[in-house]
Structures are given as structure tokens and as C-alpha cells.
Design a binder for this molecule. Structure first.
Ligand SMILES: [Zn+2]
Length: 462
């Protein structure tokens, strides 16, 4: 209840702030949410065209705006736009966002997921949180910069893409990296963040900066065998070979690794997290071989995953008849590879752990290069820290190594270091993104808008 009261007062003060751009921003946001961009029934190209129209109305000339549509994917297009900088020697910064959203069924939701509703201090609707608030902020930023006649040192590029939410879909960011590398060339990119947290009472815990991601890679374990009749079993059984190998993998932990992102995360969090876990964080940063402290952190699945490469069995398939000795047994092992570690190193390690020449280990498909480590330079961190200090004094800035993956997985290997920065503070449940009645706090959106507007200006003049 306290949280709701706090938010209502926050909402009022924004409404009374007399910011003439706020209504327009809200209209952009609403238009985006109400343009269905699901893979099944939606149209990213339409959303891109609508945003292009808004930029054009703000004065962007045609040559600085481009709706792109990959061949054979008429509804999976996106938008490229640029505000030119004054220094041709300075590299651009790239504002990157996906406009597609996860599927949402009308019958499952309390209300139409593609109508944006504001109620009790929240915006509701598919994509309100992931990630159309930030898309709206980027478009709003570009419009404001133009109207103000802002002449930054660096060019500011905008790329809106499709296909982030569906693994099998064409990924717009990947497509740009492969086909329009020059158009998106930048010193670094900013995209969706790592869920800056609010506690249950609505107090800000930390401002998260997504500084690195792991690479998802599948490996297939396979055992083949001549088989035979199940009435006369033999020890050399394909299923037994496979399950023993899987069992050994299940008990193996990859070594702890530290990079800029998780070192900074555990250093910052050691000051926030109390008790044994906080102490363990400080200890592991000093000495990653401190097994007792590592064991404390490993009890938390998120911290466990942030510390190392992980591999886990996700699918099994074996045998061809209930009365036959199996001729084939296979398993899928999904690994999340620590930034900078090669696939071949993980493959060699899996072969070693499986420790059975009967078990073949192969890589079924490669989606792209493995994630390179992204450096947390003062150039990136200083402006964030300065603004956080002004807007949210006392709230720490915490870099995060994300065990999952975003569009940064396509940008980092293309040589554009990509950071997840949004300043959009989230409820402890993350606003139920990808789920029912997705939502985000109104106050979070409006504050995030201010934060990102100021941050991009600081970056663009560096
Ligand atoms: Zn997203």
C-alpha cells in the first residue's frame, strides 16, 4: 500500500511538472504498445514506419531515416536513423532496441494486451516493460535532440529491430550486423538493461548495468551400439554409457572466472548483501579459489551462473523398441559459456568429463561467435554514476553479468561493445515480462526517460 501511495504522488508531480514533451512521449509509447509486434500476428515493419513518421515530422530528412525490410520477411523490418555529430573523427553511439514482443493471448489476459492501460501507478500491456518503454524513450530522445538543435560531438544512431523474442525468428540485430555493419558502426551500443531493482516497498535497491553476457551453445552427446535382443543383455549398453557420462557432467563445476562485470557486481553487492553471502562475495573477488566462499555463493542459482561456464542436460532420446537393446542414445547439453571462452575449450572439457570413448560429443549448430568480454571503462561508467548520484542519491550502480542473452550477443562479436542500460526500476517480480498482465511503474518509465535523455547527451559529447 505504501508503494502505491508513493507512486501516485510521483505520478501527480510528473503531471504537474509542465513538461510539454511528456504527453507526446506517452503517445509514442501508447502507439508502440498498441501496434502488435508478435511474430504470429504482429508487424514490426509497421511499428518501424510509424516511428519513422514521427522522426520525419520532427524534421529528420529522408536520407537520415531508413525503414529496412530483410528479404522474405516483410513484417520483420526495422528502422535506422541518425542525428549527425559535429566531429567526423568521433565514433557514433548506437541506441538499439527490439520492437517485437512475446505472444499474448487475449483470452488469457485480464484485458486486451494490445491496449495500453494506466492504472494505480502502472502501465499495463504487452511490451510496456519488455521493451517498448525504452523504444519510446529512444524515439523521444531523437525527437527532442532534433527540436533542441542539439549538436553533439558524436553522431547518435538509432536502430529498432525485430526478432529478439523468438529464437527461431530472423534476428534483426544479427541481420544488421551481417548486412548493414557500416550503418550501425559505433563506439558502443546501449540496449535493454538488467532489471534495476525495487524492493517490495518500492525503494530502489540498485541501478543495474548489464555489462556482459554469456553465450548459449548446445552440445550433443551420442552413443551408438549394434544393440540386440533385450532378453540377453550385455554390459556394453548405449543408454548406460550415456547416463554415466551425463552423471559425470552433472557433478562437474567449471572453474570460477572473474571479469570486469562479475567482479564489479560482487564488489558492489558485497556492500548491500548482509551476512555470510556478502562476506563470501568480497572473499571470492579477492580470491576466486576460495572454495568455501564459492560454495556459499553457489547456493544462489543466479550467482552460481554468473561465476563460470555452466552446462546442463536439457533433452534425452534413446532406444527404438521396448524389447531391444538400444542402438542409439543421445542427449542435448546446453552450455552457457563465460565471455571470452571458446566453444572448442568447452567441447574438449566435455569430452574429458564424459571420459568414455564410446560417447561422441559434437556441436550441432553455431549461432554466431562467442561473446567477447565487454570492458567497463570509465567512459561508460562515469556518466551513469554521475546521473545516478544526482537522480537517486545513495543508490549504488551495479554491473551485472547476465547468464541469459539479449541482442548484445550479435553486437559484441561484431565489434560493437553493447551495454544494457535503461534506468527503469522494476518490481521484485520483474513486472511479469513475457507473462500475463505485463506491467511497469509509471514513475519508473518517466524517470527512466529523464535518465536516458541525459545519459545519451553525456555520452554523445564525450
Ligand atoms: Zn527484451
Amino acid at each position: 500500500m505504501a508503494a502505491i501511495t508513493l507512486l501516485n504522488s510521483g505520478g501527480l508531480s510528473y503531471a504537474q511538472s509542465g513538461d510539454p514533451g511528456l504527453e507526446r512521449f506517452r503517445a509514442i509509447y501508447k502507439e508502440l504498445v498498441e501496434t502488435n509486434t508478435t511474430l504470429s500476428a504482429g508487424d514490426c515493419t509497421l511499428a518501424a514506419r510509424r516511428m519513422a513518421d514521427r522522426l520525419k515530422a520532427a524534421g529528420y530528412p529522408d536520407q537520415d531515416l531508413r525503414v529496412f525490410v530483410p528479404d522474405g520477411h516483410p513484417k520483420e523490418g526495422g528502422l535506422l536513423a541518425v542525428l549527425h555529430g559535429s566531429d567526423p573523427a568521433a565514433k557514433a553511439i548506437l541506441l538499439l532496441s527490439h520492437v517485437d514482443v512475446v505472444e499474448a493471448k487475449r483470452e488469457d489476459w485480464t484485458r486486451d494486451p494490445f491496449i495500453m492501460i494506466e492504472e494505480n501507478g502502472y502501465f499495463y500491456g504487452r511490451g510496456t516493460n519488455d521493451m517498448k518503454a525504452q523504444v519510446a524513450v529512444w524515439v523521444d530522445n531523437m525527437i527532442r535532440f532534433r527540436e533542441e538543435n542539439f549538436k553533439p560531438k558524436r553522431s547518435i544512431k538509432l536502430a529498432l529491430t525485430c526478432g529478439e523474442e523468438t529464437n527461431s525468428a530472423l534476428n534483426g540485430a544479427g541481420w544488421l550486423a551481417a548486412n548493414e555493419r557500416q550503418a550501425i558502426d559505433a563506439e558502443f551500443a546501449i540496449t535493454e538493461g538488467a532489471a534495476s531493482e525495487l524492493d517490495a516497498k518500492g525503494h530502489r535497491v540498485a541501478l543495474a548495468v548489464l555489462a556482459a553476457e554469456k553465450t548459449s551453445q548446445n552440445f550433443v552427446l551420442e552413443v551408438t551400439n549394434p544393440g540386440g535382443h533385450s532378453s540377453r543383455p550385455v554390459a556394453d549398453n548405449a543408454i548406460y554409457h550415456l547416463v554415466r557420462a551425463i552423471d559425470r557432467i552433472s557433478r562437474y563445476e567449471f572453474p570460477v572466472q572473474l571479469n570486469d562485470a562479475n567482479r564489479a557486481y560482487f564488489t558492489s553487492m558485497s556492500k548491500i548483501v548482509e551476512g555470510e553471502a556478502g562476506t563470501a562475495m568480497a572473499a571470492v573477488v579477492k580470491n576466486p579459489d576460495d572454495a568455501a566462499s564459492v560454495a556459499v555463493l553457489d547456493r544462489n542459482q543466479n550467482w552460481h551462473a554468473m561465476l563460470r561456464t555452466t552446462c546442463v542436460a536439457t533433452m534425452l532420446s534413446a532406444g527404438h523398441a521396448t524389447n531391444a537393446l538400444p542402438q542409439r542414445a543421445t542427449a542435448n547439453i546446453n552450455c552457457r559459456i563465460f565471455p571470452g571462452v571458446s566453444r572448442d575449450v568447452v567441447l574438449a572439457q566435455l569430452v574429458k568429463i564424459a571420459a568414455d570413448p564410446a560417447v561422441g560429443v559434437t556441436i550441432p549448430e553455431v549461432r554466431g561467435p562467442v561473446a567477447a568480454p565487454t570492458p567497463l571503462t570509465p567512459q561508460i561508467m562515469k556518466p551513469i554514476e554521475k546521473l545516478a548520484d544526482e537522480m537517486w542519491p545513495g543508490v549504488p550502480v551495479v554491473p551485472v553479468l547476465e547468464p541469459g542473452a539479449s541482442d548484445a550477443q550479435f553486437m559484441n562479436p561484431a565489434g560493437i561493445p553493447t551495454y544494457g542500460i535503461d534506468g527503469l526500476f522494476q518490481d521484485p517480480d520483474g513486472g511479469n515480462i513475457h507473462g500475463l498482465n505485463e506491467r511497469i511503474r509509471v514513475k519508473s518509465v518517466y524517470e527512466g526517460r529523464t535518465f536516458l535523455y541525459r545519459l545519451v547527451k553525456l555520452y554523445a559529447d564525450q
